[in-house]
Design a binder for this molecule. Structure first.
Ligand code: NAP
Length: 264
């Protein structure tokens, strides 16, 4: 698809793996120069080299940094002061019982999933507003509007992103800058693949049989009865970044495989 994104520059946080990498691939496919981010510098370099080979007409670059670290964020701003697209994908998650979520855990989730993204926006959004063009996307989760009991510390941060996106969108009135949130349902990133592959060790099952068994037992609300492929989220994100999606303003955009049972 020609989305009109040729030679735009995008910072995709957490783009060495999973959903972030899939978004980066779909953007690079559209001619976007991607700034690849992750904490592991070697992994970032490896991903940049992979992109150089696969998308030779683009100029991928390293944006290695631990985004929870202020100094590393500032070094990143100095190296890459100008971008057109910011995809705040990086986020941590794990199943936890409410009783085990102490104050330190709450703070870690808030700092990682909300404040790190917000710090990037505080730097890049004013520049986008000045240019009157830009795209900001948060990757939230269906947990943002349908919190389960299994990860309260995570669901809280994802709900916050919906609110933050709408507040920020109000600052973009009259410009071609948009701030939106994508809410993926359960998605087959490498991390999720590993978890499912390691389940049911006593039975001789293929991955797809394990996936079916897991979905039936744990995610029966899913209407697609499978995990979403990261590339499906990647394509949606590339569209939301495009000039064709200018009318999405502060929108929570669902691609949840039917997990959310309500209309809104
Ligand atoms: N997978 C799902 O089912 C699902 C569903 C809904 C929403 N989501 C959301 O989608 C996003 C991506 O999920 P995923 O499953 O694709 O994640 P993932 O496979 O765990 O990928 C995480 C990426 O983030 C990087 N990263 C982690 N901590 C970082 C930090 N402090 N600074 C910079 N980079 C960091 C990792 O690289 P390094 O380890 O090298 O830092 C890696 O590139 C998350 O926000 C998640 O909440 C996921």
């Amino acid at each position: 698809m020609e989305l009109g994104l040729n030679h735009k520059t995008a910072l995709v946080t957490g783009s060495t793996k999973g959903i972030g990498k899939a978004i980066a691939i779909e953007l690079a496919q559209e001619g976007v120069d991607v700034l690849v981010n992750g904490r592991e510098r070697e992994e970032v370099e490896r991903t940049v080299n992979e992109f150089k080979m696969r998308f030779p007409s683009t100029a991928p670059r390293s944006a290695a940094a631990d985004l929870t670290d202020k100094e590393q964020r500032e070094a990143l701003f100095e190296k890459h002061p100008d971008i057109d697209i910011l995809v705040n994908n990086m986020g941590i998650y794990e199943l936890m019982r409410y009783e085990d979520v102490n104050d330190e855990v709450w703070e870690t989730y808030f700092r990682t999933n909300v404040l790190a993204a917000n710090a990037l926006i505080r730097f890049y959004l004013p520049k986008m507003l000045e240019k009157t063009y830009g795209r900001v996307i948060f990757i939230a989760s269906e947990e943002a509007v349908m919190p389960s009991s299994q990860m309260p510390q995570y669901a809280m941060t994802k709900s916050m992103l919906l609110s933050l996106a709408k507040s920020l969108s109000k600052l973009t009135i009259g410009t071609e800058v948009t701030v939106n949130t994508i809410m993926p349902g359960p998605t087959l990133s490498e991390k999720v693949h590993q978890i499912i592959a390691g389940m049911y060790p006593e039975e001789n099952l293929s991955f797809s049989e394990k996936e079916k068994k897991f979905m039936a037992a744990n995610l029966p609300q899913s209407e697609i009865r499978r995990f979403i492929q990261p590339m499906e989220i990647g394509r949606l994100a590339a569209f939301v970044c495009s000039p064709y999606a200018s009318a999405f303003k502060g929108s929570p955009i669902r691609m949840d495989g039917g997990m959310i049972p309500t209309i809104f």
